[in-house]
Design a protein around this ligand. Structure first.
Ligand code: HSE
Length: 441
């Protein structure tokens, strides 16, 4: 069987991990494939930077054309990240008949439909296991392992940076700013952390997971996104008093007609298995109609975990190429994904439980004024805490609601905000606790 040749573009952290696996595990890969998996060329704009793995100088180039124009290269690995240049590069590789492996969730969230269409036209494949939750074999699980199931619900902790920050805020009472700084010092957060802490990276991943779960086009703009930047240690403390942990959760749920698609801080019961996922770990909790709940857990980022996923795609593709069996399973699991869409439920129509923290003056009648407006919008209160005396002329008034409609909550908050007893913008955190209303009955 002929060797399968790989060209790698982007010799950064993950690229170094992939090179290490290809060089150090070459013999093991060959045993799996029955043919060598050969690293033919590695391209990067900066070839002088110190790297944790040594590559023969003849393999290195600054010119991506040496990979894209090489007829012997079967698979192009794109690890440059970003959207615009990566899009050009991936589309060119596909047009030239090369299979592509990418770890680029932003590229797929924004242009995945075009990329998959191009691959299908040309008759080549895209491997993207590394694009969602690094080392966790999640794409494979949704596409193949859970193929028999209708997926009714998926909860994901999809961003390690945010989860690390929330864990620090929770275990040490650190502020968001202090926890972020520590994450940056430890290399868990970028100098510009916007994509991670604003929930955008998690939403990129959710868009890909939803397409796999429902067999549809990728629909990133339909996802409601909120990050963790407004969270305060006080909310984490109150959450604990109510028996909850706050996580940046990516949620999709299928009610049979429409699907929910949202990323936001969420309170989970302390005994929910996802509440104990801490630090930089990722986890995805998927419910299928046949299998029931399944939990996938592991490192969602980092050099070797992400390289593990890239290499898994390389091995899978190389097997198909060397055995002449490409195209076994379509990228999103079903043949007609490009024609399928699911209606996404607008956030205003979501029904769930809410945590609301008001900052109010400590005056007689405050609670009755707030609860009066909530009642007007059919929002029923399940629990209230008001603690301490005024500090800087306000006290926190914290409420947990029974199930309510998001639109009603937003209308009520807008009205409450107008009261002269309210001193700051209210904090709203959604709760996922199926037992909360059941327990009150
Ligand atoms: N920055 C991401 C995270 C990993 O913190 O999980 C790459 O998507």
């Amino acid at each position: 069987m002929r060797p399968v040749q790989v060209g790698l573009i982007g010799f950064g952290t993950v690229g170094s991990g992939v090179v290490r696996l290809l060089l150090e595990h070459a013999e093991r890969f060959q045993r799996r494939l029955g043919a060598p998996l050969v690293l033919k060329k590695v391209a990067d704009i900066d070839l002088d930077r110190p790297r944790p793995v040594a590559v023969a100088p003849a393999l290195l180039t600054q010119n991506v054309q040496e990979i894209l124009a090489d007829p012997e290269i079967d698979i192009v690995v794109e690890l440059i990240g970003g959207v615009t240049d990566a899009y050009e590069l991936v589309m060119t590789a596909l047009e030239r008949g090369k299979h592509v492996v990418t770890a680029n969730k932003a590229l797929l969230a924004h242009h995945g439909n075009e990329v998959f269409q191009k691959a299908s036209q040309v008759g080549v494949e895209i491997g993207f296991e590394a694009s969602v939750c690094g080392g966790i074999p999640l794409i494979l699980a949704l596409r193949q392992g859970l193929a028999a199931n209708a997926i009714s619900e998926l909860f994901g902790i999809l961003n390690g940076t945010s989860n690390y920050i929330l864990t620090k805020m929770s275990s040490e009472g650190a502020s968001f700013e202090v926890a972020l700084k520590e994450a940056q010092e430890k290399g868990f957060a970028e100098a510009d952390p916007t994509l991670d802490v604003e929930g955008i990276d998690a939403a990129h991943k959710l868009a890909i997971l939803m397409a796999l779960a429902y067999g549809t086009r990728i629909d990133f703009p339909a996802i409601h996104i909120e990050g963790i930047t407004r969270l305060k240690p006080i909310d984490i403390q109150f959450a604990r008093e109510f028996g909850y942990q706050i996580k940046l959760l990516a949620i999709t749920r299928d009610d049979g007609q429409r699907v929910e698609a949202r990323v936001h801080p969420t309170m989970l019961p302390l005994d929910h298995i996802m509440a104990s996922v801490s630090g930089v770990q990722n986890a995805v909790y998927i419910t299928g109609d046949a299998v029931g709940p399944v939990l996938l857990y592991g490192r969602g980022a980092g050099m070797m975990p992400t390289a593990s996923a890239v290499a898994a795609d390389l091995i899978d593709l190389a097997y198909k190429i060397s055995h002449g069996v490409p195209g076994r399973v379509p990228p999103l699991g079903v043949n007609d994904a490009a024609q399928n869409r699911r209606l996404v439920k607008p956030l205003a129509e979501i029904v769930t439980n809410y945590y609301i923290r008001f900052a109010a003056r400590d005056r007689p009648g405050v609670l009755s004024k707030i609860s009066g407006i909530l009642a007007k919008y059919e929002i029923s209160i399940a629990a209230v805490i008001q603690k301490g005396r005024e500090i800087r002329s306000s006290v926190p008034v914290v409420m947990i609601t029974h199930e309510a409609r998001e639109a009603h909550i937003q209308q009520a908050l807008a009205e409450i905000q107008q009261l002269d007893i309210i001193t700051e913008q209210a904090i709203l955190i959604r709760i996922e606790d199926p037992n909360l209303d059941a327990a009150q009955i």
